[in-house]
Design a protein around this ligand. Structure first.
Ligand code: ZN
Length: 115
């Protein structure tokens, strides 16, 4: 008897909940991740897809630190989920960092400029 896919997938932990970006336009399927696969519910691409990134930038506007915190929490969850799904040749932590966090608008200069 074939096992159902849901029987084979690790159960996501109760870490930060991916609830952004909100559906846009309202009523459309939101570009949120399917866990533990971390694929977009709306377009099927690795999350955050281009549409999700765009919507997140708009939603968080100039709250760059809040967006970085949100993405960092999900990066941590995704690293855990995807490693358990595929421990041998899944994406590396560096690749996931680039995908989840590094694209975000938050940047801090290495050296604070003189005031
Ligand atoms: Zn999408």
């Amino acid at each position: 008897m074939r096992k159902r896919l849901s029987d084979e997938l690790p159960v996501p932990r109760l870490g930060p909940h991916a609830d952004r970006p909100r559906p846009y336009p309202p009523g459309h399927r939101p570009h949120l991740p399917i866990r533990p696969l971390w694929l977009c519910r709306a377009c099927g691409l690795p999350w955050p897809c281009a549409e999700a990134r765009l919507l997140l930038k708009v939603e968080y506007d100039n709250h760059h630190v809040d967006l970085a915190i949100y993405l960092s929490g999900l990066y941590h969850e995704a690293t855990h989920d995807l490693f358990r799904l595929n421990p041998h040749d899944g994406p590396t932590p560096r690749e996931l960092f680039e995908r989840f966090v590094a694209w975000g608008p938050y940047r801090r200069p290495i050296v604070e400029p003189d005031r």
